[in-house]
Design a protein around this ligand. Structure first.
Ligand SMILES: C[S@@+](CC[C@H](N)C(=O)[O-])C[C@H]1O[C@@H](n2cnc3c(N)ncnc32)[C@H](O)[C@@H]1O
Length: 231
């Protein structure tokens, strides 16, 4: 690619800068311009999140979450990290007319915004917002889930993992977002401010790839998604 053919990549860079990429810019651009994008309120929510620097799953990740939900057909989903409710809504809609999503958010304002958005989408009876620290809330839960989506504090995935394994049914899916963390997980030298998270995520990936109870695939889309099947 050359000349002005590159210009659309610049607009994509507003979402993910060149340094933060985990794949080639032209591949990102192609994927993003090819997949079916959200419309209506979810499109507005994407715009709101971008303008307010609220990290939500990237469109490619949202598309994969929908496919996984469609294949797996979960009845009960648990999400750690709600933000404004975007991915919880995506998953609940992909589940069809039945099934529930429990989603955990630590930030009070964010949780309030998520509640409003969930109500606006008419999903108040199917998405339950649990406000608090994801690990503490998970420790208090006891009913099993078919699908667990980890998208809260990246440095705590190892701690979430133990609870996720306890709460996940055999045959259930554990999906973990941001596991490649802007590509930093694969780098030898990482700037100090990102080092702890990069090291912890690398440990987490080793854990879920080698745990005998799981079968795991790491997919380099969005910020890196790990999909693990509990055997
Ligand atoms: C990446 S955002 C979640 C995005 C959301 N899953 C989506 O795609 O629409 C991570 C969220 O986790 C929340 N969070 C961070 N640490 C947390 C914790 N310890 N417990 C619960 N939520 C936490 C943050 O406040 C933030 O809203």
């Amino acid at each position: 690619m050359k000349g002005d053919q590159w210009s659309p990549v610049k607009s994509l860079n507003r979402i993910v800068t060149m340094e933060e990429r985990i794949t080639y810019p032209e591949i990102d651009l192609f994927l993003r311009s090819t997949i079916k994008r959200e419309e209506g309120f979810l499109k507005e929510l994407e715009k709101y999140a971008e303008e307010n620097h609220i990290p939500i799953v990237q469109p490619e990740t949202a598309a994969l979450l929908k496919v996984l939900t469609g294949i797996h057909k979960p009845e009960r989903v648990l999400e750690a990290g709600t933000a404004v409710g975007y991915s919880a809504i995506i998953i609940a809609q992909a589940m069809g007319d039945t099934g529930t999503v429990d989603t955990i958010e630590i930030d009070e304002d964010m949780a309030e915004a998520a509640r409003r958005n969930i109500e606006k989408m008419g999903l108040g009876s199917r998405i339950r917002l649990l406000q608090g620290d994801a690990l503490e809330v998970m420790e208090c839960l006891s009913t099993a889930y078919d699908f667990i989506f980890l998208d809260a504090a990246k440095g705590s995935y190892i701690e979430y993992f133990e609870q996720a394994m306890r709460l996940l049914k055999p045959g259930g899916l554990l999906v973990s977002d941001n596991v490649l963390y802007k590509g930093l997980v694969a780098q030898e030298q990482v700037m100090h401010k990102h080092r702890t998270i990069a090291v912890r995520l690398k440990e987490y990936l080793r854990l879920i790839c080698h745990d005998e109870r799981l079968r795991t695939s790491i997919i380099p889309i969005g910020d890196g998604l790990a999909v693990s099947l509990k055997l």
